[in-house]
Ligand binder design. Structure first.
Ligand SMILES: C[S@@+](CC[C@H](N)C(=O)[O-])C[C@H]1O[C@@H](n2cnc3c(N)ncnc32)[C@H](O)[C@@H]1O
Length: 260
C-alpha cells in the first residue's frame, strides 16, 4: 500500500515532521515517555470492556494497534483467542517477549490497520488508548473503520478508547519538561488544522532527538457517523475508564458499538 511520507508544510515548529510520523515514534522512547500510562490504566479499561461485552459469548478478540500488548494480556484472561496487531516491530517484539513460554494466547501479528490480514471472524475488535486518527486524510481513517467492520462478525462488538476533543481543547498544556530514566523530555503541544500536535524532544547524553504526534480531533458526531457509514452502530459512549458518562468535560471518549 502506498503511504505518503511527504512533509507537512506550512505548519510552525515542524522541522523534521513527516506525515508518517507514527512509523518512527512508536519504539523504546515512546514507552519511556508514556510510562505513566501503565497496567493500572489497562486494567481499568479491560474491566469496562469485560463489563460491557460478555466474554462467555465472545471468543475471538482483535486488539488493534496493541503496542507492547498491555491490553492483549489482560483481555486474554477473559477471552479465549486474542490477537494483538501492530505496525511497530519494536513494540511487537516487546509483546512477544512478555508472553510466557508455551502460551498460545495472545498471539501477535505485524500489519497496517488500513489493510487487515483477516477475514470477518472477530467477536470483538478493540482500538485502545488513542490508536486511531494518525493519517493526514480522513479517507484513510474511513478505510480503517471499514477494515474494522469487515473483520467483525455480524453483531460483533467494537470498542474504541479515544481522547475527548473538547477536554483536550480545555486542558491543553502548551509546554512541559521532565526527567525520566536520565533523559530530559520536552513536550510542546498545539492544535492546528483539526489535529492536536505534540513535538517531543528527548535529550540523552547531550544529544537531542525529536519526534512528533499529530492526531485528528474527531468529535463524537464525526466518530459516530464515520463508524455508522462503515457498518458499525455506536450504542454507548463512556467518558472515562470508570464507566462515567461522556460529557464535554470527560477526559476520554470510549465508544462501544456493534456491527450492523
Ligand atoms: C498510542 S499507541 C497505543 C498502543 C496500545 N493500544 C496501548 O494502549 O498501549 C498506538 C499504537 O498504534 C500503532 N500504530 C500506529 N500506526 C499504525 C498502523 N498504521 N497500523 C497498525 N498499528 C499502528 C503504534 O505502533 C502503537 O503501538
Amino acid at each position: 500500500m502506498k503511504v505518503s511520507g511527504k512533509h507537512w508544510s506550512g505548519i510552525r515548529n515542524m522541522d523534521g515532521y513527516k506525515a508518517s510520523w507514527y512509523k518512527e515514534w512508536f519504539g523504546e522512547d515512546y514507552l519511556t515517555v508514556y510510562k505513566h500510562r501503565d497496567n493500572n490504566d489497562a486494567r481499568r479499561l479491560t474491566a469496562l470492556i469485560v463489563h460491557y461485552c460478555s466474554p462467555k459469548e465472545l471468543n475471538t478478540v482483535l486488539d488493534l494497534a496493541c503496542g507492547n500488548g498491555r491490553h492483549s494480556f489482560l483481555l486474554a484472561k477473559h477471552f479465549k483467542h486474542v490477537i494483538g496487531l501492530d505496525l511497530s516491530r519494536h513494540l511487537l517484539d516487546r509483546a512477544r517477549r512478555a508472553r510466557k513460554n508455551g502460551d498460545a494466547c495472545p498471539c501477535f501479528v505485524r500489519a497496517d490497520m488500513r489493510l487487515l490480514p483477516f477475514k470477518g471472524h472477530f467477536d470483538l475488535v478493540a482500538s485502545l488508548f488513542t490508536s486511531f486518527g494518525y493519517f493526514n486524510d480522513d479517507g484513510q481513517h474511513r478505510r480503517v473503520a471499514e477494515e474494522i467492520s469487515r473483520v467483525l462478525k455480524q453483531g460483533g462488538y467494537f470498542v474504541m478508547d479515544y481522547f475527548n476533543a473538547d477536554y483536550v481543547k480545555q486542558h491543553l498544556v502548551p509546554e512541559g519538561e521532565r526527567i525520566m530514566e536520565g533523559m530530559l523530555i520536552r513536550e510542546k503541544r498545539w492544535i492546528e488544522k483539526g489535529r492536536v500536535f505534540k513535538k517531543i524532544t528527548i535529550e540523552k547524553n547531550g544529544r537531542p532527538k525529536s519526534f512528533y504526534e499529530a492526531v485528528r480531533m474527531f468529535s463524537r458526531e464525526e466518530m459516530v457517523t464515520m463508524f455508522s457509514r462503515a457498518g458499525i452502530e455506536i450504542r454507548h459512549i463512556f467518558g472515562d475508564y470508570d464507566g462515567s458518562p461522556f460529557t464535554s468535560r470527560a477526559p476520554r471518549m470510549i465508544l462501544f458499538g456493534n456491527k450492523k
